[in-house]
Write a protein that binds this ligand. Structure first.
Ligand SMILES: NC(=O)c1ccc[n+]([C@@H]2O[C@H](COP(=O)([O-])OP(=O)(O)OC[C@H]3O[C@@H](n4cnc5c(N)ncnc54)[C@H](OP(=O)(O)O)[C@@H]3O)[C@@H](O)[C@H]2O)c1
Length: 226
């Protein structure tokens, strides 16, 4: 048989149904045993069709929370716990940090060794230390692009509320006192979060309240909504 082409007829559609892309054809080659060599069209990867990774970027919320779920009465942290401050310093050392504009203004003297990402809707706001970000997603992108293994969220209340759905880990110091009112930490749903660490600390002369260092991970099957 001489070398030739057998068109399957699909390329002979009426003009109204034709596309600019030529449909596959079967080639009959006289030197082949199978006689048919099906030519697959080339696969083109479009950036928009790339499936995002299933693993969310690690986001840890670190906070000190009263037994009734508050982080502040409205201004400043409502307890003085040197061991918790040391814990906070140690956990945040060398990390990428995200902080709300209000908490940033309260903490500004603390950021000697950090360049925090400061969340603010105000495009004119230029923090003296660190970088303003307009959205939580932008902060995650910056940390991820920089090769960070994790973004740590320092609060305050608004920022904890905005990042809780994306959080993968919680580092919570539970302070055993009740504030009654104030700025709440978002509810920690026991169906979504499982406690993986608990380390109690008694009150003493330097610590008016007892407290417990706790760590929480998202339970399997409750992936962040990132
Ligand atoms: N106990 C603890 O562990 C702890 C930890 C941290 C803070 N705190 C306390 O929390 C209090 C502050 O909390 P807060 O809720 O009032 O303020 P905040 O969360 O620190 O900051 C609020 C500001 O952040 C910006 N912001 C928040 N969510 C945003 C979003 N989704 N997109 C863009 N910008 C956003 C806005 O800034 P613009 O107004 O500039 O747009 C907003 O006014 C303080 O009393 C502080 O001491 C306690």
């Amino acid at each position: 048989m001489s070398r030739g082409m057998i068109d399957d007829g699909l390329n002979e559609l009426p003009a109204s149904k034709r596309t600019s892309q030529r449909l596959p054809t079967f080639q009959v080659l006289d030197h082949q045993e199978s006689a048919i060599d099906y030519q697959l069209p080339p696969i083109i990867h479009h950036p928009s069709s790339i499936i995002p990774p299933l693993t969310p970027f690690p986001v840890t919320l670190i906070a000190a929370v009263s037994d009734d779920g508050f982080i502040s009465r409205g201004q400043g942290v409502p307890w003085d716990l040197p061991d918790d401050r040391a814990h906070f310093r140690e956990r945040t050392l060398g990390r990428w940090l995200l902080v709300g504009r209000r908490t940033y203004e309260e903490m500004i003297g603390w950021f000697h060794n950090h360049q925090p990402l400061v969340l603010s809707t105000d495009a004119g706001f230029a923090p003296a230390i660190g970088t303003r970000v307009a959205t939580v997603e932008a902060a995650i992108q910056i940390a991820s692009d920089a090769g960070a293994g994790e973004l740590m969220v320092l609060g305050g209340g608004q920022v904890f509320a905005a990042t809780m759905p994306l959080a993968t880990r919680l580092d919570l110091t539970l302070v055993h006192t009740r504030l009654g009112t104030g700025i709440p930490f978002p509810a920690v749903d026991p169906g979504v979060w499982r406690q993986v660490q608990s380390r109690p600390r008694e009150a003493d002369a330097a610590h008016r309240f007892s407290f417990t260092f706790t760590e929480w991970e998202r339970a399997p099957g409750h992936g962040s909504e990132a």
